[in-house]
Ligand binder design. Sequence first.
Ligand SMILES: *[C@@H]1O[C@H](CO)[C@@H](O)[C@H](O)[C@H]1NC(C)=O
Ligand SMILES: *[C@@H]1O[C@H](CO)[C@@H](O)[C@H](O)[C@H]1NC(C)=O
Ligand SMILES: *[C@@H]1O[C@H](CO)[C@@H](O)[C@H](O)[C@H]1NC(C)=O
Ligand SMILES: *[C@@H]1O[C@H](CO)[C@@H](O)[C@H](O)[C@H]1NC(C)=O
Ligand SMILES: *[C@@H]1O[C@H](CO)[C@@H](O)[C@H](O)[C@H]1NC(C)=O
Ligand SMILES: [Cu+2]
Length: 173
Amino acid sequence: MGSSTFSLSLILMLTASMLAVSMANKDWHFGFNYTNWPFKGGPPQSQNDIPGPRKIVVGGSENWQLNFNYTDWALKNGPFYLNDTLVFKYDPPTNDSTIPHSVYLLPNLWSFLTCDLRRATMVANTTQGGGEGFEFVLKKWQPHYFACGERNGYHCKAGQMKFFVMPLFRQWH
Ligand SMILES: *[C@@H]1O[C@H](CO)[C@@H](O)[C@H](O)[C@H]1NC(C)=O
Ligand SMILES: *[C@@H]1O[C@H](CO)[C@@H](O)[C@H](O)[C@H]1NC(C)=O
Ligand SMILES: *[C@@H]1O[C@H](CO)[C@@H](O)[C@H](O)[C@H]1NC(C)=O
Ligand SMILES: *[C@@H]1O[C@H](CO)[C@@H](O)[C@H](O)[C@H]1NC(C)=O
Ligand SMILES: *[C@@H]1O[C@H](CO)[C@@H](O)[C@H](O)[C@H]1NC(C)=O
Ligand SMILES: [Cu+2]
């Protein structure tokens, strides 16, 4: 091996190990197997190598309800990517014993931390979580502050019905 080839390999190796360190737990989600790259094959050339958008039920089998830690759920189930779909499932209020829920987007981090709904946007009302659930596609590359809007912020504040998502790009360009 010539010395210039050797230096190049060394640089590539260092770069690869830096990537490995910085993304240690998330390798799978970045769409290519960097443990190989750039030594074999390089980044994926075809769509087949890139996992497609996911459809994720918020809260998993717990659905969208009171007293479930959605912040924790989002940490453990993320990261989320552009074009992933979040599915919110909750029973429509059919009688006095069903607790109504809804889905709102809060405008900023402060309103999220304080569960301030004054400038929030409703994305799903109390009936839209029924059946297969309400689907929200993460189309915008921006922070999303989700919260339940019921009881004037009480479900958000005391019931932990809120979480934060910053969708990532699936692929590096
Ligand atoms: C990446 O490739 C290496 C070497 O081929 C393999 O050992 C490893 O299991 C792969 N990792 C993933 C996440 O596929
Ligand atoms: C919810 O989970 C987050 C992240 O794991 C944690 O920091 C927080 O204390 C939890 N909240 C409650 C009320 O347990
Ligand atoms: C998301 O889907 C739309 C429509 O299918 C497509 O045009 C867009 O490129 C996708 N965005 C990403 C980041 O995959
Ligand atoms: C209220 O509706 C829920 C869901 O549809 C049902 O499971 C429950 O049995 C009903 N309760 C009463 C008291 O009718
Ligand atoms: C909720 O939204 C759906 C779809 O836009 C609408 O048909 C329904 O009447 C609304 N329900 C309530 C309680 O506002
Ligand atoms: Cu609620």
